[in-house]
Every structure is written in structure tokens, then in C-alpha cells.
Design a protein around this ligand. Sequence first.
Ligand SMILES: [Mn+2]
Length: 255
Amino acid sequence: MLGNLAWHGAASHRLYDAGDVSCDGDELERAQLEYAGLVAELLRAGHRPVGLGGGHEIAWAAYQGAAIALAGDARLDRLGIVNFDAHLDLRLPESPGRGTSGTPFLQIAESRAASGLEFRYLCVGASAASNTAALFDRASALGAGVVLDVDAGGSETEARIRSFIEDCSAVYLTFCLDVLPAATAPGVSAPSAFGVPLQRAIALLRVALDACARDGSAGKLLMADVAELNPAFDEAGRTARTAARIVYEISAIRP
Ligand SMILES: [Mn+2]
């Protein structure tokens, strides 16, 4: 779907396919480390990786890559995560050290706490119907920012995104397709009955990208990804088409 989109990027920009990482059996942690190694290599080479999930366990993998590439770099201290997602993804692992697509941001929070680093996390589009009260309590205990799906249409949401990014020196942007209504993104494991409409989600995504931008470059935007696309659940490629549009927005393709 992405390959069919028109190129409007600067002549000096290139979009590369940096390859695939697959998970054999239940060896998720090994796959996450492999992805982290690739992301670190790309970041060190000056690229801006855009990962295509897979589930949202890609976030723990991506973060580990950033932590490797930015070791000793002050940007890691003030790295912020902007997550467009119906879910907070702060669940406790079912067994120690074994994460899932529901645990990545808690894994990141714990890893940062162990390194004495602040956890900066803003979840945009979280559904109260799809996250337990305990998860909201955990978000609040971790100092996470949450914009509910029902509030995402409000004009103060833009200001929240801008001020969050203002306080960060690098940004990891992650887009979970289940933040969109099921009619737009049916091809996910947990389709949203409500969701943030695509037009609004893209407007907010552009607010985040503009807040990152500096001197015509992506500036603070370190890396990004799109998660939860499951082709087996998709209908007529609708979710894949939407995912491609999100990547188009994030990368240097669009005018
Ligand atoms: Mn998610």
C-alpha cells in the first residue's frame, strides 16, 4: 500500500526498506532485541526509522534500540513518547520479563526508572471502556499524560501535545491503529467501537510532527512506528491503506 503512494519529498530525501525482523515461535524477546539492534544501527547512521508492526510489542523493541543508540547522549534523558492508542499498554507482564503487546510502555518506564531516567509518556485516544481503572491509576502514578478518545476532538488537545513535546529533547512517535474507529481500521486485534476519527488523528499527528520540526527538518522526531496491523483481520486492505497513509504523514514523502 505504501509503495503505491506519490512521492512529494525533497530530492535529497530517500525512503529505504531496511528489512524485516520476524519472531520465531514464542521467542519474542529475541526478536525485540534483533529489532532494537537494527534500529540502533539505523539511528547511528543518521536515519529516522519508521517501524511497521506487528503488535505494539514493537514499542519495547524500538525503545531498546533508541537506548542503545543514544547511550551517553543527553537526548535520551529527555526522550518523550507520544502514543496514539486506544490502550495505555501499561499492563503487567504475565510472567517476569515476558512482555506482550499490552506491556511495552510499562517495560520502558521500568527500564528508565532503573537507569534513573524520567518516564515521559503521552497517550492520545485512550478509551476508558478498554482500559481498567487500575491501568489509569498506574498511568497516573507514572506521571503519564492521557487524552481520552472522547476528549481528543477538543482544542486543548493540540496544546497538550505541543507542551509535552516542548519538554522533550527527542520524541518517539508510535501509532497504534486501534486508536481509529473499527470502520476505518478493522484489521487489528482489538477494533475500537468509538475511536478517534482518521481526519482528527492525522490533524493531531501533524500537530505532533510540527512541534518536533526545526528548520524544515523533522527535528526532535527520533523514530516512529505503526502498530497492530493484522492482515488476517483486514477487510479489502482498508487498514493497510490507512496504515500507509499514516506512514506517509510521518515520513518525508508528503509535501
Ligand atoms: Mn497499543
